[in-house]
Design a protein around this ligand. Structure first.
Ligand code: NAD
Length: 486
């Protein structure tokens, strides 16, 4: 029997109420694998957002007064419910944005992992006593406090994992939240809100308003929102920061990337090929922020790696995201497909590199679906658009280098700085490169960017600032009060 393709009715969730309509109207939700409308999404307008913020504000004093152990308990319950429903959350993730079922299940499990991890932190957030009492006869100490209402804005590529990385630590630290996912991905978070209620999280602690830029802007500007956490592109981030500037509101920004994967001759080239192509083509069809979209290969093994990459790309299958043999999913919208194809065409016409594979729309995919062929450019010019700007699609650039210094210079030549990857067996080289590469994280010999919940993830440059994951990710939602008693 095939997997059920039905979608749930979608609501705005404000103060414990599920509303089938919003003041922002209704949007049709299109399944990217077929281009067919599969449901309607109520959109929040500024009035709904204001109500959601007020509900979160009203819920804050009681939620804050829960003991940390009580907050841990309810989040552990939520993690158990998510684990029990991974199959449903994974299924809905596919219907949200067309990701393959394998990735949908993986992200749902990862979200359960983040929830469990941050549940464990809820009763371990501690202040410190300074050493001053001995010298100055004052008792001086710090109290970590929640901010209050946190406004959380998500993009469409992995809303569940973003909830795990943002909403859960915010709750663990005693904040209440208003979450605005993209209107393109309404289903998995709709189901999640059911689990939030079932776990016993009080009404108003988690509010969810689907909507577009207007709803996001209303959330950022609302005076009761004390902090903003955003995942999306640098252009939107600039607008958000401009709004935050008016009231000097702090923000965490998780933005895009153009991550380099450095391959030295002593690396395991088969493993490099498999991991790089899986990451750029099979994970959300290249719509991942930390994908190694620039493969920098030492000249002595460049041709060998290029051949391996092309062979692997030729073996990839497109099609129904629910089919377990499908490797490459569609991209999220028709506009995204056209934008990606436009970048490919410009790279070709500008002579930015040699087209080694793909470059167009594949045959044999469901009619109306937004598919792009896995595309590989060889000998890419380091300062061309395709080497400098995030494509957010299944496009890989191969670049050649002749020395470690040149590899670092190319790797660091974009304005982004989310992840960098290194493949070598030389530990001395690893140590040099980890300090020289300009990135929020360096991942060696195939380690994935989010290797564990305990490790912080985030960027430098136009990849943003602030961290998610680990203790650093928790501390983004805590502010420190200093107390001194004479
Ligand atoms: P986007 O910036 O267009 O939209 C992201 C979110 O912001 C959406 O919910 C959107 O409705 C909202 N928004 C748009 N305009 C707004 C405004 N003026 N004020 C407030 N909110 C507003 O990004 P996108 O195109 O949906 O997503 C792609 C980008 O996200 C890529 O650059 C990608 O690399 C990045 N991304 C980063 C990470 C990370 O963790 N670093 C993860 C996934 C995606």
């Amino acid at each position: 029997m095939g997997i059920e393709r039905t979608v749930p009715a979608v609501h705005l969730h404000i103060g414990g109420q599920a509303r089938a309509e919003g003041t922002g109207g209704m949007a049709e939700h299109v399944y990217p694998a077929t281009g067919e409308v599969q449901g309607l999404v109520p959109l929040a307008g500024p009035a709904d957002v204001a109500e959601a913020v007020e509900a979160a504000h009203a819920a804050f004093p009681a939620w804050r007064s829960w003991t940390p152990a009580e907050r841990r308990g309810v989040l552990v319950r939520l993690a158990e419910l998510i684990k029990a429903d991974v199959a449903e959350l994974g299924r809905l993730s596919v219907l949200d944005n067309g990701m393959t079922h394998r990735i949908g299940l993986h992200l749902a499990s990862a979200m359960a992992g983040y929830t469990e991890y941050y549940a464990g932190w809820a009763d371990k957030i501690e202040g410190r006593v300074t050493t001053a009492p001995a010298q100055r006869r004052e008792l001086a100490y710090t109290i970590p406090e929640p901010y209050g209402v946190v406004g959380i804005i998500l993009t469409w590529n992995g809303p569940l994992i973003s909830v795990g990385m943002k909403v859960i630590p915010a709750l663990a630290a005693g904040n209440t939240v208003v979450v605005k996912p993209s209107e393109l991905t309404p289903y998995a978070t709709e189901h999640l809100m059911r689990l939030v209620r079932e776990a016993g999280i009080p009404d108003g602690v988690v509010n969810l308003v689907l909507g577009g830029p207007d709803a996001g802007e209303a959330l950022v500007r609302h005076p009761l929102v004390q902090k903003v956490s955003f995942t999306g592109g640098p252009t939107t981030a600039r607008k958000i920061l401009a709004s935050c500037a008016e009231s000097l509101k702090p923000a965490v920004l998780e933005l895009g990337g153009k991550s380099a994967n450095l391959v030295f001759p002593d690396a395991d080239l088969d493993r490099v090929t498999l991991i790089n192509t899986s990451s750029v083509f099979e994970t959300l069809a290249g719509q991942g922020c930390a994908i190694p979209s620039r493969l920098l290969v030492h000249e002595s093994v460049y041709d060998e790696v290029a051949e391996k990459v092309i062979a692997r790309v030729r073996s990839l299958r497109f099609g129904d995201p629910f089919d377990p043999t499908t490797n490459v999913s569609p991209v999220v919208t028709r506009a995204a497909r056209d934008r990606i194809l436009g970048m490919i065409d410009r790279a070709r016409s500008q002579g930015a590199g040699r087209l080694l594979a793909g470059g167009g729309v594949p045959d044999g995919v469901p009619a109306g679906g937004y598919y792009v062929e896995p595309t590989v450019f060889g000998d890419v010019v380091p300062d061309s658009e395709i080497a400098q700007v995030e494509v957010f699609g299944p496009v890989l650039s191969l670049l050649r280098f002749s020395s470690e210094e040149e590899a670092v210079a190319i790797a660091n030549s974009t304005s982004y700085g989310l992840a960098a990857y290194v493949n070598t067996r030389d530990i001395g080289r690893v140590n040099r490169l980890t300090s020289q590469l300009r990135a929020g994280g360096v991942y060696v010999n195939g380690a994935p960017p989010v290797v564990g919940y305990e490790l912080p993830f985030g960027g430098v440059g136009i990849s943003g600032y602030g961290r998610e994951g680990g203790l650093e990710g928790l501390l983004e939602f805590v502010r420190t009060k200093a107390v001194a008693i004479a």
